[in-house]
Design a protein around this ligand. Structure first.
Ligand code: NAP
Length: 305
């Protein structure tokens, strides 16, 4: 039997919420969709795009009667959202989220949710540098991982239903403890974003190289960082504030390795550089083989030609 939810409530309808709405509708696994957002402008955009069946700024109204509620708001907003929805949740509802950090979201949401609902935190590892309901698309989650971080007491049936939901949206699903998720994502996503924000910031502060030269010669590698550094500022502020320990741990290791490279350059130690660059090339090949990237050169920039 394919999974089915009678009423899906999306709390927050930006890139991720609107992609869930589109993908769930396309997969035919929801009866109706209630769309909620904080600002009336965002609700109006969602309505114009036809993302749901009912639209509101009121969280209580949105979650009433829903058997699946997914919070699609920045990590730092999860506590307020959990508090607002808690008294109005239907008995037996599955409550989930899509936050890029998991332990902090659990700390924020779990204490407020009543025992009569099932809390199954989740993180779709899929996204773009764009935000808002217009940025979403139904294929966003296809062949991307979604990580579930159920709590020790979570009902296995609820976890299985949420797994089936994400699979129906096209995702591959894996479950792991929240703390482990936060470590894995610190190195695969959070630190890379910090590096991109930092290098683009450094280029902006240079005096010897003009801004117009940075723009003109960006194809040398810089532009790949600018795409990542264009990601949503609020979302990423919240990620770093809420995954502090794991990010600091990974950054410490990163700094150690950077110092090794710095020393190799200083002492003309080409073997160290060559050995690392050869290993990193193999890692990219592994990512392509895992279907998480395509081998096409200059991927995504064909339109510029
Ligand atoms: P987004 O496009 O910026 O949309 C954010 C949504 O949250 C909007 O509906 C916005 O409402 C609402 N919101 C913002 N601040 C709020 C607050 N303080 N209180 C209540 N609602 C608030 O964001 P997104 O990219 O969909 O990200 C949503 C979540 O998905 C985040 O937790 C993020 O960590 C996670 N995530 C993102 C990506 C990615 O690549 N973007 C990937 C995986 C997971 P208004 O517009 O009405 O203000």
């Amino acid at each position: 039997m394919p999974v089915r939810f009678e009423r899906l409530a999306l709390i927050g309808i930006g890139l991720i919420g609107s992609s869930i709405a589109r993908a769930a509708r396309q997969a035919g696994i929801v009866g109706s969709i209630a769309v909620q957002s904080r600002r009336p402008e965002t609700v109006a955009t969602a309505e114009r795009l036809g993302l749901g069946d009912d639209y509101t700024t009121d969280i209580a109204e949105a979650v009433a009667g829903a058997d699946l509620v997914v919070a699609c708001v920045p990590v730092g907003a999860c506590e307020a959202v959990a508090k607002a929805m808690a008294p109005h949740l239907a008995d037996g509802a599955i409550v989930s989220d899509v936050g890029s950090v998991k332990a902090a979201v659990i700390r924020q949401m779990e204490p407020h949710l009543p025992d009569r609902v099932h809390f199954v935190p989740a993180h779709p590892v899929a996204g773009t540098e764009h935000s808002g309901p217009e940025a979403g698309f139904a294929e966003l989650f296809r062949n991307r991982w979604c990580i579930l971080t159920p709590l020790p007491g979570t009902d296995p049936d609820a976890t299985a239903r949420l797994r089936a939901f994400w699979e129906a949206l096209g995702s591959n699903v894996e479950a792991m403890p929240a703390e482990h998720h936060d470590m894995v994502l610190a190195i695969t996503s959070h630190v890379p974003h910090l590096i991109a924000y930092n290098i683009v910031g450094t280029a902006a502060h240079l005096e010897e190289v003009t801004q117009s030269e940075v723009m003109k010669f960006a194809a040398g590698g810089f532009r790949d960082f600018t795409r990542i550094a264009a990601s949503d500022p609020t979302m990423w502020r919240d990620v770093f504030l809420n995954n502090r320990e794991a990010v600091l741990e990974m950054l410490a290791r990163f700094n150690e390795d950077l110092t090794t490279l710095q020393r190799a350059i200083r002492w003309g130690d080409g073997d160290t550089l060559l050995e690392l660059f050869t290993r990193t090339r193999a890692i990219r090949r592994g990512i392509i083989e895992a279907g998480q990237e395509v081998a096409a050169p200059d991927f995504g920039r064909q339109a510029m030609r």
